[in-house]
Structures are given as structure tokens and as C-alpha cells.
Design a binder for this molecule. Structure first.
Ligand code: SF4
Length: 85
């Protein structure tokens, strides 16, 4: 059994999690998807998968694509600078 098997979205239409863009017209769809994620037991696994696999589209782990882009930028800024040689 993997985390996918415990996903709250297993029986949902996958299209729900891939709104057509960031336009406010998709806000109800995004809200509906995030509501499913809010009841999901594997949000951390799902989000980690999306980040590890460069999923730049859709809603994963209770975060929109924009949310994840912000998270990636913040994480990159939080990384200590590496010494170069
Ligand atoms: S966090 Fe959301 S997209 Fe990820 S498995 Fe759960 S319900 Fe599906």
C-alpha cells in the first residue's frame, strides 16, 4: 500500500485538481479541490511527491501551483549559501 491508496481524491474527477489557470473564474473549482485535500490523510506525502517531481501544474498536497512556487522560492532563499571554489 502506498500513500496514493489513502488519498481522499481517489474517487474524485482528476480534472477537479487541474483548474484552467489562476483566473478568479476558477476559484470555485480550486476551493472544491482544496476542500478535498483538507480532509486527506496524506497531504504531506502528496506535497512532497509534487515538489520532488517538479509538478508545476495542478493542486497537490493542499497547495495550488502558485502556492508551491512560493514555497519553492522561500525554501531556496532559506538554503545557506554554498562555498564555491
Ligand atoms: S492532498 Fe489532495 S491531491 Fe493530494 S492525495 Fe490528498 S486529496 Fe489528493
Amino acid at each position: 500500500m502506498t500513500w496514493h491508496d489513502a488519498a481522499a481524491c481517489l474517487d474524485e474527477d482528476p480534472e477537479l485538481f487541474f483548474p484552467g489557470g489562476d483566473s478568479p473564474r476558477y476559484a470555485p473549482q480550486v476551493a472544491a479541490a482544496l476542500e478535498v485535500c483538507a480532509a486527506c490523510a496524506v497531504t504531506v506525502d502528496c506535497l512532497r511527491y509534487a515538489l520532488d517531481h517538479g509538478q508545476n501544474e495542478g493542486i497537490w498536497g493542499g497547495m495550488t501551483a502558485v502556492d508551491r512556487a512560493v514555497l519553492r522560492r522561500r525554501s531556496a532563499r532559506a538554503q545557506p549559501a554554498t562555498a564555491s571554489g
